[in-house]
Write a protein that binds this ligand. Structure first.
Ligand code: FAD
Ligand code: DLZ
Ligand code: SF4
Length: 518
């Protein structure tokens, strides 16, 4: 046996760097289900099923092609429960002359990998993860010497570098960004689309039984599990998006609709992040739809920007600034995460519906993540590590490299503006504009204080007041700061008292609002 080739749970693609040059006659592929990875945060049950079932399907596909796979299952009695322990056992079993891995998606795992060469007395090759358009080194080259980093600049450069949606060196459609056309709420009375889902097969059902038994206390339910778990499924999901939803993606990208977790978004992040789809092929399909006249420019540009712009930018930020990045807390946020993030027990209709949807599916779309749960955590002042652990747990697509910058930087501004220049703070007025939640809520999004005041609105004005000094000079926040200054002192005092009471209670619900026995 010569090379032992490690494939992690989010590296499930035939062309992953660690498999390149594989000699089926001599090499062994190593795949590890380990307890430490399943429990270091209380992952949603559907995330566990997705990752483990996709790993099992991928291993079976490799084996069917005559490749030797050493697959350590979670319930193997000899399983030591960690990557360190299982890599060491596999090296003792196979006595390879080298270990080949692909650059992982977490700083924590990279630190482990870097220890293996010394600990195992074996050459360890960590290959670049070239599924991404931009390497960490190339991002560092771009970031070097810039006064500030902004996604829009990075994105334009990537458009030029890749030629995606470019016509004679000019952006297709005459503009780099069509966001202004992309802020329409969901039309009143229009039913949400029926998106393609994937009924569990025998392997998935077996993993569901394992997860139900072993991880019963984890967040979320399994009844509606219907994520694809193979490349073939992921390709069908991509077809579904391109044909059914891409044409509407732009218009309704920011819209939220109660009881409808799936609108016209991609629903592709689980597949992209696991390796079942590649970002290049996904972008190519979207551009082909545009060229064929099957999707408008505002939709296709908006979608390409998410993948070529935001996805690559957040990964660049992660590897450029870790490990120090995670420890920053620019807004000195120090409140515990309210329980309703897990229970959904709140009278805030927007939050309750979002948490309910996540529990049932492991998914929420970007605006729910940013402007409902993220905005509330920002305004509430939740400790960064607690809200980050929540995001890493509850979404089926959550891996550290993408979850952390989105939460720490974009949502709660804990990085002090490294990733985005200003916080995405908003009052209930934004949610009222972009959703039908407020009509079903006991609160009034316009009220800043008093029994009917929307907690988002109360906390928004309190947030502006608390951070007035930091944000007063920001050009885009100047109008709201002026509005803050115009609030009568007594009203601002009432708002701040109410915000403090919410935080002290840890919920919008008082003891009288909870049902019997609670
Ligand atoms: P679409 O809206 O259809 O977008 C298409 C694709 O673009 C997505 O599949 C995704 O791969 C990519 N994309 C879009 N926005 C982003 C972004 N901001 N960062 C990175 N990629 C992006 N995305 C994750 O993949 N994993 C996470 O753990 C994650 N955590 C987030 C936490 C917060 C607080 C916020 C605000 C955003 C987070 N995102 C995360 C980004 C984004 O919300 C999801 O990628 C998106 O909602 C996935 O659904 P979709 O495939 O339907 O996306
Ligand atoms: C998220 C996850 C889970 C739940 N389980 C496993 C596992 O058993 N084996 C594995 O290889 N990977 C798992 N992962 C993904 C890892 O936690 C981690 O995010 C990636 O290895 C980083 O590249
Ligand atoms: Fe959310 Fe406030 Fe609207 Fe209620 S009124 S749904 S809490 S934004």
């Amino acid at each position: 046996m010569r090379a032992l080739r490690l494939v992690l749970g989010d590296q499930l693609c035939d062309d992953i760097a660690a498999l390149r040059g594989l000699d089926p006659a001599q090499d062994v592929v190593l795949m590890l289900e380990v307890a430490a990875e399943t429990t270091y945060v209380p992952h949603h049950k559907q995330k566990l099923v997705l990752v483990l079932s996709a790993m099992r399907h991928f291993a079976a596909e490799l084996m069917a092609r005559g490749i030797r796979v050493d697959y350590v299952a979670l319930d193997d009695p000899a399983n030591t429960g960690s990557f360190d322990g299982e890599v060491a056992r596999a090296v003792a079993r196979h006595r390879p002359d080298r270990l080949i891995a692909t650059f992982p998606g977490e700083y924590r795992v990279l630190a482990m990998m870097r220890g293996w060469q010394g600990a195992l007395d074996l050459p360890v090759e960590i290959r670049e993860d070239d599924r991404f358009f931009v390497t960490p080194a190339a991002f560092a080259g771009w970031a070097e010497g810039r006064r500030e980093l902004r996604q829009e600049h990075f994105y334009r450069r990537q458009r030029m570098a890749t030629g995606l949606l470019m016509e004679n060196d000019k952006p297709a459609g005459g503009s780099w960004n069509f966001d202004r056309a992309n802020r329409k709420p969901w039309p009143r009375g229009k039913a949400p689309p029926t998106r393609r889902r994937f009924p569990p097969d025998a392997i998935t059902r077996e993993v569901m039984a394992l997860v139900a038994d072993r991880f019963a206390g984890h967040f979320g339910t399994l009844d509606e599990f219907a994520w694809g778990v193979t490349r073939a499924d992921a390709l069908l999901a991509l077809d579904d998006f391109i044909e059914l939803s891409l044409p509407h993606f732009g218009d309704h990208q920011d819209a939220m609709l109660a009881d409808a977790p799936f609108l016209h978004h991609g629903l592709l992040s689980p597949y992209l992040n696991l390796g079942l789809l590649g970002p290049r092929e996904v972008c190519a399909r979207a551009v082909s739809a545009y060229r064929a006249g099957r999707a408008p420019i505002n939709a296709v540009e908006g979608f390409i920007r998410q993948i070529l712009g935001w996805r690559e930018y957040v990964r660049g930020i992660y590897w450029h600034f870790m490990p120090d990045y995670a420890a920053t807390n620019a807004l000195a946020a120090d409140e515990p995460l309210p329980d309703f993030y897990w229970s959904g027990e709140t009278a805030m209709a927007c939050v309750a519906d979002t948490v309910r949807g996540i529990a049932a599916t492991g998914y929420a779309h970007h605006i729910q993540r940013l402007m409902v749960t993220g905005n509330l955590a920002l305004l509430w002042g939740v400790r960064p590590a607690e809200i980050e652990a929540w995001y890493l747990s509850v979404f089926v697509d959550a891996f550290d490299w993408v979850e952390l910058p989105n939460t720490h930087g974009m949502a709660i501004h804990a990085d002090g503006g490294i990733m985005t220049s200003k916080p995405y703070s908003a009052s209930g007025a934004y949610i009222a504009r972009m959703s039908n939640y407020c009509g079903q809520c006991r609160y009034d999004p316009k009220r800043r204080h008093g029994p009917d005041a929307c907690p988002m609105t109360t906390l928004y004005w309190d947030f502006l007041a608390r951070h007035r000094a930091r944000f007063a000079a920001h050009p885009r926040l100047r109008p709201v700061m002026l509005a803050l200054d115009r609030l009568p002192a007594a009203e601002l005092a009432a708002i701040r008292t109410q915000a403090t009471a919410l935080r002290r209670r840890g919920s919008d619900l008082g003891p009288d609002d909870l049902g019997p026995g609670e």
